[in-house]
Design a protein around this ligand. Structure first.
Ligand code: S3P
Length: 421
């Protein structure tokens, strides 16, 4: 059952969130082509509309009318911001509204309520924001409208969401912020701010973000999401006789660490850059090239493949030797503790796997077994990894929580069937 053919991954989730949330702060109207249609981005869109933003159209083309920071809310009443399952919404939105008058209450679903928010609150508070967590988690309250000032922020966790929150808060501050990145993380916030006429200067690993007014561009295209494409591209590297091409895929270096790892493991990976700006994008073909071999994923690589670790761990399970994923601590703070989730579920598939401090060791090659049930813990990326594992074993093992795939890739199962010809 090889995977064969071309597919267009859904619009990039990270870029889509930012286009919607930056529209809260920018003036003008923008046509967005290819906005992600998963539940997470729908959450950002719903909140944008609840704050007075206008969104017209749908499907592949949507028009967003910016609010220029003038939210249509009653500033004397609490504004409930239900961020659902979306950590990106919660964190970027907190930065966006921190300086805007209003009393905001951020909340989310059971999984989001477990994720750490203190790391977000700290830099915003340092900027002068009035913000509180509930014992380090959601609900988070912000009494917006304080005069904020720029800060020096070292992005120690390597989190693009925190960088994005500080960047957006600085747009309405009275002085610039300096953001220092020990390891580069996805740069979509700063790129979009600059496209909107803002000023983020980049010198090596330091960003200087200036306060300023934003204006939406007339039209923008969202490239395909590498984090979604990764499932089929990796699947092709694992299944004999497969060859799969992702078209119109985002090729930002900060996002395609998984392709570098697959290449190192011996898969046949070819990348053709078709467009350089505003985001590099093009075609990626991965073909089966024999059994993969183990590799070491370094700490420095983590931000460039953070969302692809589950599917790469499955690749490691089928590769020869022990693959080591170094410093996977950040995976503990995803939709679930993804590090433990990967370990238990690969274990259930018969894989020799262990965690030592925050390093993950996966030894292969494994002849995958089919347990009675697999459990994604409602984590969309783990769910798609388990569906791919089930596909490889050719079994019908139920995957508990598989409906969570609608968070990022609603058509994943149909695409899998279509590519299996
Ligand atoms: C994202 C950044 C990453 C990633 C998440 C999306 C973003 O999280 O895991 O899926 O859009 O900024 P962190 O920034 O917390 O590492």
């Amino acid at each position: 059952m090889p995977l064969h053919g071309e597919f267009i991954p859904p619009g990039d989730k990270s870029i889509s969130h930012r286009l919607v949330l930056i529209s809260l702060l920018a003036e003008g109207e923008m046509i967005v082509n290819g906005l992600a249609e998963g539940d997470d981005v729908k959450t950002s869109l719903r909140i944008f509309q609840s704050l007075g933003g206008e969104a017209r159209g749908g499907g592949n083309q949507m028009t967003l009318k910016g609010l220029d920071g003038k939210l249509r809310i009653d500033i004397l009443k609490p504004v409930d911001l239900d961020c659902g399952n979306s950590g990106t919404t919660a964190r970027l939105l907190a930065g966006a509204v921190a300086a805007l008058p209003g009393f905001y209450i951020f909340d989310g679903d059971e999984l989001l309520r477990r994720r750490p928010m203190e790391r977000l609150v700290e830099p915003l508070r340092q900027m002068g924001a009035c913000i509180e967590t509930t014992s380090g988690n959601l609900p988070v309250t912000i009494i917006g409208g304080n005069s904020l000032h720029g800060i020096e922020f070292i992005n120690q966790e390597g989190s693009a969401q925190l960088k994005g929150a500080v960047t957006l808060a600085t747009l309405n501050a009275t002085s610039p912020s300096y953001i220092i990145e020990p390891v580069p993380t996805r740069d979509h916030t700063e790129k979009i701010v600059n496209i909107c006429g803002g000023q983020v200067l980049i010198h090596g690993s330091t960003l200087k973000v200036y306060p300023g007014q934003l204006t939406l561009p007339a039209e923008i295209y969202v490239p395909g999401d590498p984090s979604s494409a990764a499932f089929f591209l990796t699947g092709a590297a694992l299944i004999t006789d497969s060859i799969v091409t992702a078209k119109n895929m985002l090729l930002s270096g900060a996002r395609i660490g998984f392709l570098r790892v697959l290449d190192r493991m011996g898969a046949s990976v070819s990348i053709s850059l078709e467009q350089e700006k505003p985001e590099p994008c093009g075609k990626v073909t991965v073909a089966y090239n024999g059994q993969l071999i183990a590799t070491e994923v370094t700490s420095e690589e983590v931000p460039s493949l953070i969302d692809e670790v589950p599917i790469l761990a499955l690749a490691a399970a089928l590769a020869k030797g022990t693959t080591i994923f170094r410093n996977m601590r950040e995976l503990r703070f995803k939709e679930i503790d993804r590090l433990t989730g990967i370990c238990y579920q690969l274990g259930a598939l018969g894989v020799q796997v262990k965690i030592e401090s925050d390093d993950l060791f996966v030894t292969g090659p494994t002849k995958l077994i089919s347990p009675e049930i697999l459990d994604s813990g409602h984590d969309h990326r783990l769910a798609m990894t388990l569906l791919m594992a089930r596909f490889i074993t050719g079994s019908n093992t139920p995957v508990r929580g598989e409906e969570s795939i609608s968070i990022s890739y609603p058509s994943f199962k149909e695409e899998l069937i279509r590519l299996n010809v």
